[in-house]
Design a protein around this ligand. Structure first.
Ligand code: IMP
Length: 190
């Protein structure tokens, strides 16, 4: 059976991927391979960061692996916060700080179109392949819902009356950027 390291220690992500793979692939975490250091992600694109993280693991540990990077891209803000989504309001910003800053920057904006985008970089036997998942929607005027994380309370996916934070995780996982990117990856691998 094929075996891959997921370049993350986020147990939620690992579980989500393992669930979708239905036991057809073995996934190891960074801890499983004895990697406890923080992996550099210093690029200015999602593709660049996913590549940097995957290459770091492949080159240092010599294992087939993949890494992902996600950002929320708002049309009227020229794609911001994008690759800076986690630290939009500063290096140690909380999810709430980032949401506040985004809502402030969207004050008075009529065009509220945005999309979440996930990029996965897979390295198998030294060959790099990219997979992308996109979920389009709009930025709400105020927060709605208590579930999820990050920008979920202000993201309304197209075709739904609920923000991501008002959805059950199972429902979000059928349409989310990350689930779409993972599904493409698994379709390629299985
Ligand atoms: P990461 O690359 O998965 O660590 O995501 C970077 C940042 O994007 C997170 O810190 C969140 O602020 C935001 N983000 C990523 N995925 C989601 C999501 O599904 N909902 C809301 N925010 C997200």
């Amino acid at each position: 059976m094929k075996k891959f390291v997921i370049a993350t220690n986020n147990t939620h992500k690992i579980k989500e991927i393992a669930n979708l793979a239905k036991g057809k692939i073995i996934f190891n975490s960074l801890n499983d391979i004895g990697c406890f250091e923080s992996i550099p992600e210093e690029q200015d694109t999602l593709e660049g960061n996913a590549q940097q993280k995957a290459r770091y693991i492949y080159e240092k540990y010599g294992v087939d692996c993949f890494a992902d990077d996600t950002g929320l891209e708002v049309d009227v803000l020229n794609g911001e916060p994008g690759v800076f989504s986690a630290r939009y309001a500063g290096e140690n910003a909380t999810f709430d700080d980032n949401v506040c800053k985004l809502l402030d920057n969207m004050t008075g904006k009529v065009n509220r179109n945005a999309k979440f985008r996930t990029v996965i970089c897979l390295i198998e036997n030294g060959k790099e392949i990219y997979f992308e998942g996109v979920c389009k929607g709009t930025i709400t005027l105020t927060r709605r819902g208590n579930d999820g994380f990050g920008y979920d309370p202000i993201f309304l996916p197209y075709g739904y009356n609920k923000t991501f934070a008002e959805m059950h995780i199972e429902e979000k996982n059928t349409i989310s950027h990350r689930a779409l990117a993972i599904t493409k990856l698994l379709n390629y691998l299985i």
